[in-house]
Design a protein around this ligand. Structure first.
Ligand code: ADP
Ligand code: GLC
Length: 479
């Protein structure tokens, strides 16, 4: 079976969030099941070298305002179809926003072009290869089913919503320049309150819609989480499934992770101490063996609830616990964490920026990872936490609710607890969860049992790949 993945980011080449981890890892598991995935991805500047080693497979004189081509290349165990369109993608900095933090003014064209080329590949194939299913990810690829709506014999499309907060809303005057069928512009189609809605179009017209956890699938049918799209999502309920993300088990493995000073397994947990000492050094923390070292690895946005965490720092410090924060995003939140590190030197440490090697060290050396998100479609850092025996303290929402087993007395007694959940997201509930983690930490038997249960918890792609394969089979008529 052949699947065309279409996405705006893909690890290890270009990443702003968990979407890149998913696109860069999931196809490898599918390959082991006999499913060939090719990933259509914009050829941003960091992909220059990969592209240079590839082979041009299609040329276009005019793709929404400039010449373009598709280059087939293989790298990092992935098969890429790179959309080389310099007028759209050859620019420095962030792939979504300009240096001032505003969306690139031509984003409708940049990602409309991605969907348009995907639709052309879906219809006519590329270098002798044709997809059986097109799997589009997030709003940047969500116009594909709209482009394919009028194409007889086009393969079926699946849209995966990784985050319904990002919808791709544009002026409807762009419908004609984008070459979209204007008869699809209506409230049950690609119109969102007078705007052209990319994600809305995908939800309306894809054969199947998935999202990245069962709980988030239910949540986005409600006004609280649906971000205005709950109506169309509910209308598609029969075709909507929530399938959890997995993580790449080879790259994220404490047993042989080269980015850790000391490797360890569930049997050699004592080795974690050396990593903890290195985290303490990097974040200028005074190590305190009697209380946990918490970490945060996160985009700093309202979604992630870090403003709530800022409220409870005095409590963390009072318990003797330590906090190491790695993140970037909202300048106000960045500044408040930097200030906290000055207010509580030795207890709170903070690195502002994006640093993947440091994130591995933090997972290998911290005792617990805090994820106090207001909403979280799936979340990957808690999965990395489980894998590294760094117990997640999470909001009971979305994928966090589905992947962490709360340390209630029954779960502790049964030896199944893997972390701490709280709800709703308020300073007092977060404080309560942090208190519970500190208390559990003081009981080595409970803590070690939880760490072992966390490390044994399945966080790979295997289960979810079966669910996706069933979906691919169903839509393509292969089953
Ligand atoms: P989201 O996609 O909403 O940001 P996820 O938990 O799904 O959340 O994925 C975030 C990914 O980005 C994880 O791989 C996480 O380790 C990584 N990440 C986030 N912030 C940083 C950072 N400052 N430095 C390194 N990695 C980060
Ligand atoms: C989005 C979500 C996150 C999810 C990721 C990958 O960025 O915010 O929860 O894990 O996509 O699906």
């Amino acid at each position: 079976m052949n699947i065309l993945f279409v996405a705006s980011e893909c690890g290890p080449f270009i990443k702003t969030g968990g979407l890149a981890d998913v696109i860069g890892s999931f196809p490898k598991t599918l390959a082991g099941m006999g499913i060939r995935v090719r990933i259509l991805l914009p050829a941003y500047p960091p992909l220059g070298q990969v592209m240079a080693a590839g082979e041009p497979v299609r040329a276009m004189d005019n793709l929404l305002g400039g010449a373009a081509r598709v280059v087939a290349a293989s790298s990092a165990g992935l098969e890429l179809l790179l959309l080389d369109a310099p007028h759209l993608y050859e620019r420095p900095g962030n792939i979504y926003v300009d240096a001032a933090g505003r969306d690139w003014s031509d984003n409708a064209f940049r990602f409309g072009a991605l969907s348009k080329v995907a639709a052309e590949i879906a219809i006519s194939g590329i270098d002798g290869w044709k997809p059986d299913v097109v799997h589009a990810h997030d709003w940047q690829a969500a116009l594909i089913p709209a482009y394919l709506k009028a194409a007889p014999g086009a393969p079926p499309t699946i849209l995966t919503i990784h985050n319904i907060a990002f919808q791709g809303l544009f002026d409807p005057s762009l419908i004609a320049p984008l070459g979209l069928p204007d008869w699809l512009f209506h409230p049950e189609g690609m119109e969102y309150y007078g705007h052209l809605g990319f994600l809305k179009a995908g939800i309306a017209f894809a054969q199947k819609v998935t999202t990245v956890s069962p709980t988030y699938a239910a949540e986005i049918m409600t006004p609280e989480f649906g971000m205005g799209l709950e109506g169309i999502v509910t209308a598609r309920a029969a075709d909507l499934t929530g399938i959890l993300n997995g993580i790449e088990l080879v790259a994220w493995n404490p047993v042989d992770d080269l980015l850790l000073p000391r490797n360890y397994s569930g049997e050699t947990l004592k080795n974690k101490a050396a990593n903890r000492a290195e985290v303490a050094r990097r974040f200028a923390l005074d190590d305190n063996q009697n209380a946990p070292l918490f970490c945060v690895i996160s985009r700093m946005t309202t979604q992630k609830g870090l403003d709530v965490l800022l409220e409870v720092l005095p409590r963390i410090v009072a318990r003797g616990a330590r906090l190491a924060v790695l993140g970037a995003g909202d300048k106000g939140i960045e500044a408040r964490f930097a200030q906290a590190a000055r207010t509580w030197p030795g207890a709170v440490g903070c690195v502002i920026g994006y640093d993947e090697p440091l994130s591995h060290l933090m997972l290998g050396g911290s005792d617990a990872i805090l994820v106090p998100s207001r909403f979280e479609p799936c979340g990957l850092t808690q999965l990395y936490g489980l894998r590294y025996g760094t117990l997640p303290v999470v909001t009971r929402t979305g994928g966090l609710a589905d992947t962490v087993i709360d340390a209630d007395p029954a779960a502790i007694a049964a030896g199944t607890a893997t972390g701490f959940q709280f709800s709703p997201v308020t300073p007092s509930t977060l404080e309560g969860a942090i208190d519970r983690a500190c208390t559990a930490f003081r009981d080595p038997q409970v803590w070690t049992s939880m760490v072992k249960a966390a490390m044994a918890y399945p966080v790979g792609w295997e289960q979810s790949a079966k669910a996706y394969k069933a979906l691919y089979d169903a839509v393509s008529g292969a089953s």
